[in-house]
Design a protein around this ligand. Structure first.
Ligand code: ADP
Length: 298
């Protein structure tokens, strides 16, 4: 099973090119679509979820033309949008029963709903009104409704924003369990969502895919090229002119910079093991636009 996206383009009005020749192959498992706000993630998610039209390009899922055979896609798709309204006075159980009926699940409705409430750890809360749910519980309910009808593709758009650390871990565990059998596309601007969860990923910025592949393989390309130094906050501007500063972090009251350089950048720099955050910021700052990485550059 595979989702193939080819040269997808989308423009809003005359100015914003939200998607620019986006091509990606997304296999079974968890796929992270990582990019800053405004990168085009939601546009791509909504297009794949058949909620809006692309200007050009193709997408196919196991022989289904995703952009044209919308009903066929909807039959195999579960979608968790960035924001979704819930009826605050209705219980989780009742709303799920209602959604199941809308999906055409009849005879097995009760069993399916019970199983989903258990799978998403909402069983003990099933009779509570949705208005009393925490952010994490609401997101898990969102996954429960997305899983109705045994989808083969699940799209979740920025699901962990606003979750506390414990809820995030719980939500991550749920997603990775689901991702064993179907395609799960997770769009996020949070790097650790991808490093914790995703076997494959792409970085998208200003509507373009900057790189795609396995996180560990992509990060390995930066091996030996990331250097750190603690500096005075007042030196920051000058460092930015002198070096390719990938990341600035405050650490124990000190300003710590990570710099991309093929050799020792200067006095006081120490080599550091690169991680996905280094890769992400190096990519979106445009430091990797030369053929530094083996991944496809669109
Ligand atoms: P992301 O989900 O990565 O934050 P979006 O797909 O929401 O990115 O947005 C990509 C770009 O398209 C942004 O510049 C955004 O302002 C613009 N955009 C998104 N939706 C619309 C719309 N309905 N009309 C006009 N511009 C839009």
């Amino acid at each position: 099973m595979e989702l193939r996206i080819n040269n997808l383009c989308k423009r809003y009005g005359n100015s914003v090119q939200a998607l620019h020749n986006v091509s990606l192959t997304i296999p079974l498992g968890m796929f992270g679509l990582l990019g800053p706000n405004g990168a085009g993630k939601s546009t791509l998610m909504r297009t794949l979820a058949t909620l809006q039209e692309a200007d050009s390009g193709t997408a196919t899922l196991d022989g289904i033309d995703v952009l044209k055979q919308k009903d066929d896609v909807r039959r195999v798709l579960g979608y968790l949008p960035q924001e979704f309204g819930l009826y605050p006075k209705v219980s989780a159980e009742n709303l799920l029963m209602h959604f199941a009926a809308l999906k055409g699940i009849r005879k097995t409705r009760r069993e399916v709903v019970n199983a989903l409430l258990q799978q998403t750890n909402l069983w003990e809360h099933r009779r509570k009104p949705l208005g009393s749910f925490s952010g994490g519980m609401k997101q898990r309910f969102g996954i429960a409704q997305a899983l109705l009808g045994d989808p083969r593709l699940i799209i979740v758009d920025e699901p962990t924003a606003g979750l506390d650390p414990e809820e995030r871990v719980r939500f991550h565990n749920l997603l990775s369990a689901i991702g064993q059998n179907i395609i799960v596309i997770l769009s996020t601007h949070i790097v650790s969502d991808v490093s914790d969860l995703c076997g494959r990923m792409a970085i998208i910025h200003q509507g373009r895919v900057l790189l795609a592949g396995e996180p560990a393989t992509l990060v390995a390309e930066l091996q030996g090229r990331i250097w750190k130094k603690a500096i005075d906050a007042s030196e920051l501007a000058r460092s930015g002119e002198q070096f390719q500063v990938v990341m600035v972090r405050l650490f124990a009251g000190k300003t710590l910079i990570h710099v991309l350089s093929d050799g020792q950048p200067g006095a006081g720099f120490e080599p550091v093991l690169p991680d996905l955050e280094d890769l992400y910021f190096a990519a979106i700052r445009g430091f990797l636009s030369k053929p530094a990485l083996a991944a496809p550059l669109n």
